[in-house]
Design a protein around this ligand. Sequence first.
Ligand code: SF4
Length: 498
Amino acid sequence: MTLLQDDATAAGDKIRCDACPVMCYIKPGARGACDRYANDAGALVRVDPHIILEQALENGDLVVPFGSGTLDWDGNILREPQTFVTAIGAGTTYPDYKPAPFIVASEIDGVDMVTVVTEGIFSYCGVKVKIDTDRHLGPECAAVRVDGEPVGHVTTGEYGSQMLSLGGVHHLTGGSKKEGRVTCDALLTLCNGGAVELTVDGGATVLVQAGRPPIVNGAIEERMRVGCGSATIGMFAKQWHDRVDEVVVVDDHITGVLSEHQAGKLLGIRDTGLKMKGRRSTPGRYFQVAEPGTGWGGTNVADPLQILGPFDPKVARPGLTLLMVSTTGEHAGYYVLDEALRPVEQSMPEDLRRSVSLIQENCEPALCTVLFMGGAGGSLRAGVTENPVRLTRSVKDALTIVTCGGAPTYVWPGGGITFMVDVSRVPPNGFGYVPTPALVAPIEFTLRMSDYEKLGGHMDQVRPLSEFRAPSEHRRQVPHRADNPWPLLADAAKALHR
Ligand code: SF4
């Protein structure tokens, strides 16, 4: 627990926390409304530890803090610094003009740097969810609900993935109190790596968890499609040449037909007289062969023969062979035309079975990805500098690096400091909430000390990094993720060596 007595004022035996606009009065032994602060025998304390990232050594151990006397130098030069002070558990300031909780000096390659560390309170934030599935989750713009409350909507689908946009100020503050609370809960759970069941109006129910496969209507999605139907024909046409007369790759967006497709033409595959339903776009590429759904290739089709018209008797012949397959290889059927030119399902030959397996093998595992997106271009800038717009300009000019719990962010071009972060790259439980309702997200700004001074930084609040290296019950050292750039070296170096 972190002592924060200075931030609190007493009222009887209660303490008032002023870390956010809620201004809780907290009884002795109790916690505030957000569960992040408590009254410990008259002292305001932070319940969860302040997270400090440590670069792991090659053997996976953490760097031991200086002065511990337990690590002999092995002759290798360790690059400095190995410690990064994140904003997780650092606390917030309210009102905003107060300096950020920690403003930390460090040195990189002989250059004096500063990292301004704060937990931002984001009323304007949400998550973008990418769900690797072809299955139709619901129409674009349809409401997405949790416990019956609208928390977001279906947005434009991407290649092989359905996309949801959840949260945002309209759901957090613009609806009923319950809508705001449920939205905040859902965002917090998703950002901290938990699972949330989402129901789409006129669509599916999907269980979403960052880094895990989606579960659509109770079925685990195993594979992301290899491509659209046309792309699948393009990739695997040679596998089917001389092994089958016709192939249809069923896809809700673009269904491919081998004999008509350019890939089939180049291989000399003859016309088969197959007739597709739907709208022909270009040779061998058909749109709208069925309605969207959770069946074959993201259509509502359970029997693929539904999307075929009668074969042209002038071209087709009895005994003609046909493979129908979905874009993940999850569904496949082999058919032979009878005397009346009707396809009759038969056992699939081994070489065609192998081609279906090859489609499956080329599919990537289906996952859910959750990106937190928030606007840090507002009042929290005042905790960094007395002249907030200079921070925005500094970020835009790549003089200031923005990280979220030490994880790399993408800052949108244009106005403000609107950033996105992959929540799975943020240390566990890096996000919190306040019941205004709003999400609390860690954010760190790292820049040269000289630039910080120029932009009107709170220079009198700068503290040395060494203060954070000593062991403390209020802090927790966690290993830096090897797949994240080290926030004080890799990314900062870009700014240093421009
Ligand atoms: S909600 Fe949390 S941060 Fe806000 S005043 Fe209450 S205890 Fe403090």
